[in-house]
Design a protein around this ligand. Sequence first.
Ligand code: BES
Ligand code: MN
Ligand code: ZN
Length: 505
Amino acid sequence: MKISTKISSIQDVSTDCFVIPLFQSEGGDKGKPIIPKEVKELESLISDIIDSKAFTAKLNTTLFLRNTRLFNAKNILLVGLGEWKSDYLSRVYAAAKCAGSVIRCEKVKSATLYVSGFCKNKKGLDDDSTSQAAAGFFDSTYEFNEYKTEKEPISFNSLTFFSDQKSDEKYLKTGIENGEKIFQGLKLAKDLCNTPPNDLNPDKLVNWGKKATSQFDVKATIFDTSRLEKEKMGGILGVGQGSKNQPRLLVLEYKGPKSSSKVCLVGKGVTFDTGGINIKPSPKMEDMKYDMSGSAIVIGTTLAAASLKLPIHLISIVPSAENMPSGDSYRPSDVIAMHNGKTVEINNTDAEGRLILADALSYAHTFKPDVIVDAATLTGGVVIALGTVAAGVMGNSDEYIGQIKSSGEKVGEKVWHLPLYDEYKEDLQSGIADYRNSGGREASPSKGGTFLNFFIQKEQPWVHLDIAGVAWAASSNPSGNCASGWGVRLLVDFLSNFKSMKSKK
Ligand code: BES
Ligand code: MN
Ligand code: ZN
């Protein structure tokens, strides 16, 4: 799909579908759509609909009006943005995506968006709302049909961002450009997650990440088995040893212009998680192809950051392995030596993510970054606790957790702070080694975070995101292509607005 821009008076709009975003007056579900004066002609058209409360402008609702001819528009699509509040930006992406899906379903080819509708009171547009809107519309055209022998083409192929304010022009242009770059990162993350594990083993994952980012100034280094051995990365090697698909580690380095701050992103890349010898139960095991979502959003964010030329020094690290049961697998009761020299007794081969992450986190210290942020589908417990609504966030730095939180609130990807109490360490003690890898199912997100924390040095700020619940949108899609790409928009915003705390120490 192409997005172009148009500045003119509203009378000059001529389109198959005029998309008008509307806020809802206060009063929750019972509120009415607020109709801006620029589109007040709408009021007479939909007065009975407003009276009947059939459309209230609630978020994720739409109203498709056919053959209206109002504003020279064949059809009009009203899109709900929810109540007008200062956090409106967090809803723009979702509303745009929802509108785009309706346009797709209605088989409309080209549409015009009344962009100003995304900001109430015509305070004027900004780059963020325009780019979130563009990213949402692009994402509505996302398809994963690599494996379909018959592909249905999408008819929705052109969208115009329209404003009647000359001063909006620059926001339209940069916003759309940035939105497209963010979407490219999101799309890469979703493609990686949706690709079945027979086509995405660790070697393919890291090479895909290398290739996708090579068009920009990104340096890629891949550790093969012998390099992993040299680096003494016993966690990655241990988890990977049961599969004929050997483990890998990818390092992507991007040094943006005037980059004074250094951030390390680390993403779990388990290309399939059977549980290993502690094999998982059969139902839903097929979902475990998305156990590399952390790595996918880290690679996607790196692509977007480089393409946006963000002024940051970014090092992205992806440890990748396939967790399989076989005669060569690591066993419960094995003791393995990790990259930082510590030893771990394996009491559950299904707690594999923390082992590969531990080596990558330990390695990340060698870059001396301002902060390390890891993302991982680490525990089923976080799905139980927060569902698909929010990711769990943990770490040793309230400042950086705060920055992650505010980026999440800003773009509509919620995170919830979970504790790392000292008591959780007790269940991770081993009689034979320095630690054991599973502390059982109680408080498993916090115990997973606590385990990772063993591999973070005291003075190194670190934030951990447990994305097991948010990475896979199983209820809104048919099975097999449910990747949400959750986190790419959050991390891009985090990197765009990054404030180093180094000088404050
Ligand atoms: N990949 C899983 C976590 C997971 C579960 C992600 C469900 C998405 C949906 C992880 O490797 C795992 O198996 N975790 C165990 C840890 C336990 C053994 C301490 C879990 O959560 O059961
Ligand atoms: Mn597991
Ligand atoms: Zn896993």
